[in-house]
Design a binder for this molecule. Structure first.
Ligand code: ZN
Length: 215
């Protein structure tokens, strides 16, 4: 691999860049990458594209990234492609499904610790013996009991079981609650803005979208 050493010809950045763009466009028309992106994010998908194109061109993916970081036009073209992939409706649906499943899992585990009521089999079987033992101790000690949190957790579990379509929607403004918020607070009834309103906290500037961290 070379990044354009003085002995060799300089890398054909334009051609490499065009190949990257057309590979990303081709991806958007297929579905093969969606399951990966839904579980581990878009970064590994992008990395595979970089390897695919940069390998045969004998440049390192890092050198390409450095090159387009200095070129606003090229960088923007790649960012647009990546944003388009992130907005793919199938990916969005699959991410939300995966998130719902994960939230349900977290909520059942939390419910066990809060109430002492053992979680369903599908949750229990995903835990290893150490985790089960820790949870059992916490549940039996009753130290984590929280009368305020327990009903909220029960309500979220009920929602997921009975009307999963409305889980993750704000109860006050019906907006979709950000995934990042649900990961931290799977029992959230509201989006962050409405939660602040409920608690009488003044509005803050909206949080920026999660950036793609390559540039
Ligand atoms: Zn809201």
């Amino acid at each position: 691999m070379t990044t354009g050493s003085p002995e060799g010809p300089p890398p054909q950045w334009k051609d490499i860049h065009q190949s990257i763009l057309s590979t990303l466009d081709a991806l958007n028309a297929s579905t093969s990458w969606i399951a990966t992106a839904a579980t581990v994010g878009i970064e590994p998908v992008f990395e595979r594209v970089l390897q695919q194109v940069c390998g045969p061109a004998e440049v390192s993916p890092q050198a390409y990234i450095e090159h387009i970081t200095r070129d606003t036009g090229m960088r923007r073209e790649v960012q647009q492609r990546l944003s388009r992939l992130m907005e793919n409706p199938k990916l969005v649906t699959m991410r939300r499904e995966a998130q719902r499943r994960e939230a349900e899992h977290q909520l059942h585990v939390l419910h066990y610790v809060l109430s002492g009521k053992q979680p369903p089999e599908w949750v229990w079987t995903t835990l290893d013996e150490d985790q089960r033992e820790q949870l059992r101790e916490a549940a039996e000690s009753g130290e984590e009991r929280d009368d305020q949190l327990l009903p909220r957790v029960q309500r979220a579990i009920h929602k997921l079981e009975v009307t999963p379509g409305i889980y993750g929607l704000c109860e006050d403004c019906y907006a979709i609650i950000l995934l990042e918020r649900l990961q931290l607070v799977p029992w959230a009834e509201c989006c962050a803005a409405c939660q602040r309103k409920r608690e009488g906290i003044p509005d803050q500037a909206p949080q920026p979208e999660v950036p793609i961290t390559y540039f």
